[in-house]
Design a protein around this ligand. Structure first.
Ligand code: AMP
Length: 499
């Protein structure tokens, strides 16, 4: 099939040709004709499938009729992270070269000023993260009642980041008669419910399941001792020995480790950048741009910051940590081997990671090969530096209540630390004073640099030893066991009267 058979306008077809694409991808073939007819679309597709163009191209064609009014944009695209929003803005620039459309990017971590000016002048397209968009509507600077097309992109990612209540609020602010284009890589029950509520008789189009890993990616496990120094040395060995190496994304489970690994590689003379949710927007974009442009060869990153990013031509993905959640593995290694190119995915595996690897292999329904001739060292404990072992020993001796809450509730440490509390959630059920405090917190977090990374909504399965502790558990503090002396009535009365 050719692009010219999809029903796109001349201006759009010219831009597509200039982009160098000759054949529409499966999601484009299936979604574009329906989108052009004004139908709602439920697209089940991940990044890398060409889904951005699947909604951008028909939107551009449809936008050729009519014009924007001040404070009343005509189309709205919701993205879970600022980077993804910026990427979609870029796509509008590329495919919309022959259009004179005004595109406003409303994302947190940057000042309101420029965004406000664009909205006030009239925007054809608004690309936004949910929190910043609601800030605009609440300030009264933006009206959503002229929206003709609403795009909800990466809906399952929105769920992970706790954005679903925001999405529901936004859907109620746009006209019922709008056209909705809804994309998600997976369809967990919460997303199905959301789609059922807000889509009208949608066409369902689906390409490749989320749990599939591309054949073009060679996957390898690299054994290592579990101590941080050993893991860093294994990482350096991988980079130095990598075949057909051009550049690499290096994933860590915790943003603290992103920083440590980044500094270590820098110290060892590598060309490296870092990307995690604690960096402000400017630094995140600069790191990403430097990597894309080839100014740095390595980019150390966390899952939250890197998910869904389209970085063409990544030759290697290295998992410094085996991810705790198998789907993250699929998303991480999907950064390489894109657009028909081959890629390498290497995962550093210590003894403690074996369970995570088994989970990944179960999800992708295949065994991952160990690096040739390599095997896990006999015992991690024996290799760990004494100081590290001692620290771990002390940690193990802690009682349940002393352990860090992030581990206690089965949540990934990076998720807990990187994402801000989802203060908007359960908003209506909160008592008024708490609601005011929550609102203040939400507003300040909307301005904080790490705005887009919020608390996860999805409950992770509890570990067997994570049974909830009720009250003080088995422990009764000493003071509660001491006998209580009754006070004379006269001394008690004024207190009772006050109550
Ligand atoms: P996406 O899934 O939207 O993140 O797109 C993944 C990559 O595929 C982007 O770099 C696009 O520029 C590219 N792309 C989109 N459509 C096509 C196409 N029809 N042919 C070749 N590449 C494409």
């Amino acid at each position: 099939m050719k692009f010219s058979e999809l029903g796109l306008s001349e201006k759009v077809l010219k831009a597509v040709e200039a982009s160098g694409y000759d054949t529409p991808t499966p999601i484009q073939q299936q979604a574009i004709p329906h989108a052009l007819q004004g139908r709602d679309v439920l697209g089940i597709a991940q990044t890398g499938t060409g889904k951005t163009a699947a909604f951008t191209l028909p939107m551009l064609s449809l936008l050729e009729r009519g014009r924007a009014r001040a404070r009343m944009p005509r189309t709205l695209i919701l993205e879970p992270t600022r980077e993804l929003a910026a990427q979609v803005e870029e796509a509008f620039g590329k495919y919309g070269v022959n259009h004179k459309l005004s595109v406003a990017l409303l994302i947190g971590g940057v000042a309101f000023g420029d965004q406000e000016t664009k909205i006030a002048r009239g925007a054809d397209v608004v690309i936004a993260t949910p929190g910043r968009l609601l800030d605009f509507t609440e300030r009264g600077g933006l009206l959503l009642n002229a929206i003709e097309i609403l795009v909800i992109d990466e809906a399952d990612r929105m769920l992970d980041m706790g954005f679903i209540p925001d999405i529901e609020r936004i859907c109620k602010l746009v006209p019922f008669t709008r056209q909705t284009l809804f994309f998600s890589a997976t369809m967990p029950p919460e997303i199905t419910r959301l789609a059922d509520t807000f889509l009208h008789n949608p066409v369902r189009v689906e390409v490749a399941r989320a749990a599939t890993t591309a054949e073009s990616i060679t996957q390898t496990l690299v054994p290592s001792g579990g101590g941080p120094e050993e893991k860093r040395s294994t990482l350096r060995r991988i980079i130095r020995g990598a075949e057909n190496f051009k550049n690499a994304l290096i994933f860590c489970n915790r943003k603290r480790d992103v920083q440590v690994v980044y500094r270590s590689l820098q110290k060892h003379g590598f060309s490296v950048g870092a990307l995690h949710g604690d960096l402000d927007q400017r630094m995140r974009m600069a790191a990403l741009d430097a990597f894309r442009a080839g100014d740095v060869q390595l980019l150390v990153c966390s899952d939250v910051a890197a998910r869904g990013l389209d970085i063409p031509d990544v030759s290697h993905v290295i998992n410094y940590d085996a991810p705790h959640h198998a789907e993250d593995y699929v998303h991480r290694i999907g950064r390489t081997g894109r657009a028909g190119k081959s890629g390498q995915a290497l995962t550093i595996v210590a003894r403690a990671d074996q369970k995570a690897i088994a989970e990944i292999e179960k999800l992708i329904v295949r065994k991952i090969d160990w690096q040739e001739g390599a095997q896990l060292p006999p015992d991690d404990e024996a290799e760990e530096p004494p100081r590290e072992r001692l620290r771990r020993g002390r940690g193990a001796a802690r009682t349940r209540s002393q352990r860090p809450a992030t581990v206690e509730n089965g949540e990934r440490p990076d998720q807990h630390a990187e994402r801000q509390p989802e203060s908007r959630r359960h908003h209506a059920e909160r008592p008024p004073r708490e609601r005011v405090a929550a609102e203040a917190e939400r507003r300040s977090s909307a301005r904080a640099p790490a705005f887009a990374d919020r608390a996860p909504r999805r409950e992770r399965p509890r570990r067997a030893d994570d049974a909830p502790v009720i009250g003080l558990g088995d422990h009764v503090p000493d003071f509660l066991l001491r006998p209580v002396k009754a006070r004379p009535r006269a001394a008690r009365e004024p207190i009772e009267a006050e109550e």
